[in-house]
Design a protein around this ligand. Structure first.
Ligand code: GRF
Length: 204
């Protein structure tokens, strides 16, 4: 099986889900030395690297250094897991068709930040998470898998985020595994999985 490199900026709970699912994580790279996920990875004997964005004058220079750090591990897949940097078009192109992201909303609704508070404010009754291929438009690439959860009258953003996060930890490993098993086919921007397993789930 091909390997993957995971990019993180913080906590790293999705990274942990990927590792615990037995996926071949060759390395974890962060733009922040204090990202908690780095310590987790090191504790599991996984290679880690830090590319501090503040060390680079421009996004282009940072992305070039990040690309070098990634390519040192020759991964088949790059997985963004709470990586909080806007990527340049050149970087996205470099990993076109082999970079996934997990986003905490049912895309295309609520791209961007503060998704749980925005879902509550909009009054939606279903919320969730999406794994998608990364394209130049933020949070808008072809969708691989989604999970939905109900929005409860008692929810605040924290409670809703926790239920969505539990689903993130289910769908990201599944989507990454499909990718590494070469089961994903993209036709006109729509992702199909060979063998047609369900690409959505609902967690009542
Ligand atoms: C997750 O909610 C993910 O969807 C978003 O950032 C958060 C990262 O959490 N992109 P973690 O670092 O994986 O715990």
């Amino acid at each position: 099986m091909n390997t993957m490199v995971v990019l993180i900026s913080g906590r790293g709970s999705n990274l942990r889900a990927l590792v615990e699912a037995g996926l071949p994580v060759a390395a974890v790279i962060s733009n922040r030395a204090d990202a908690a996920g780095l310590a987790y990875a090191a504790g599991r004997g996984i290679a880690t690297a830090v590319v501090p964005h503040r060390d680079y004058a421009t996004r282009e220079e940072f992305d070039a250094a990040l690309g070098q750090a990634i390519d040192a591990f020759r991964p088949g897949l790059v997985a963004l897991a709470g990586f909080m940097r806007i990527l340049t078009a050149g970087f996205v192109q470099r990993y076109h068709g082999r970079m996934l992201n997990i986003h905490p909303s049912l895309l295309p609704a609520f791209a961007g930040l503060d998704t749980h508070a925005r879902a509550l404010a909009a009054g939606v009754k279903l919320h969730g998470c999406s794994v998608h291929f990364v394209t130049a438009e933020l949070d808008h690439g072809p969708i691989v898998m989604q999970a939905a959860v109900p929005v409860l009258a008692s929810d605040d953003a924290t409670a809703l985020a926790a239920r969505v996060l539990a689903q993130e930890h289910r769908i990201y490993p599944q989507a990454a595994r499909w990718y590494l098993e070469q089961k994903l086919v993209i036709e006109r921007g729509v992702v199909r999985v060979k063998g047609d397993p369900p690409q959505q789930s609902y967690a009542p």
